[in-house]
Design a protein around this ligand. Structure first.
Ligand code: ADP
Ligand code: MG
Length: 210
């Protein structure tokens, strides 16, 4: 994973989020306060606008800078969570590298652990973690088992879809949706949806660039 891939991923994610604007916005309007799409769009646009200063950096330094910037630009509950994801990922990339699939899986897992710790949440609470945790666990397992890159990426996309869908019938125990109790049932979590869109977009980009 080099810095150029990170920058291209940021641009692809920005476009993908715009494509899913109405869906993400209406999900947060249903069980949150309606700002999740705007928060994510603002964060993404900021990173895309930093292309020049980021391009000169090594991947770990670029991820660290992205994390710090997202912490202050996304806002809401998700800003600090996503910011800490990138900063923890940066630390792992600095220590372990990000050349091989197992190394990238370690970095992704470090990012997800940071969200768990900061959000004090786990799987089954109707949040973005219902996508991120199963994707991370599968990523680590398949990378360790030596799966081929294309097959692994396809499995991760399916895992993200399943995780996102799994939030539909959950009661939320974290975030704004927790105030709704059973009324949140039947709605997909907005953070799970945006996480699925992001993961599928980055996997598609990697699949298109073997
Ligand atoms: P806010 O809830 O402050 O309006 P956003 O709308 O940007 O912030 O983000 C909401 C999303 O954040 C939720 O859909 C959920 O996925 C995620 N989220 C909220 N609280 C937590 C938490 N404690 N742990 C993990 N994810 C969380
Ligand atoms: Mg919101």
């Amino acid at each position: 994973m080099n810095t150029e891939f990170i920058l291209r991923a940021a641009e692809a994610v920005y476009q993908a989020l715009l494509t899913h604007e109405s869906e993400i916005e209406s999900l947060d309007r249903a069980i949150g306060d309606g700002d999740h799409f705007i928060n994510m769009k603002r964060g993404c646009a900021t990173i895309v606008g930093m292309r020049e200063e980021l391009a000169a950096l090594a991947p770990d330094a670029a991820l660290q800078k992205i994390g710090m910037k997202l912490l202050s630009t996304i806002g809401g509950a998700s800003g600090p969570l996503i910011g800490s994801f990138f900063m923890s990922m940066a630390k792992a990339v600095k220590e372990e590298g990000a050349e091989t699939l197992p190394e990238i899986a370690i970095a992704f897992a470090a990012g997800v652990e940071a969200i768990k710790a900061r959000g004090k949440a786990d799987v089954g609470e109707k949040t973005m973690l219902d996508v991120l945790i199963p994707v991370s666990q599968t990523f680590t397992r398949l990378a360790d088992e030596g799966y081929g890159r294309a097959e692994l990426l396809e499995v991760l996309k399916r895992e993200a879809q399943q995780g996102m869908q799994s939030t539909r019938d959950m009661i939320a125990t974290k975030g704004r949706a927790a105030f709704l109790g059973e009324r949140a049932i039947g709605h997909i979590d907005p953070g799970a949806k945006s996480s699925q869109v992001i993961i599928c977009t980055v996997c598609d980009l990697a699949l298109a660039n073997p």
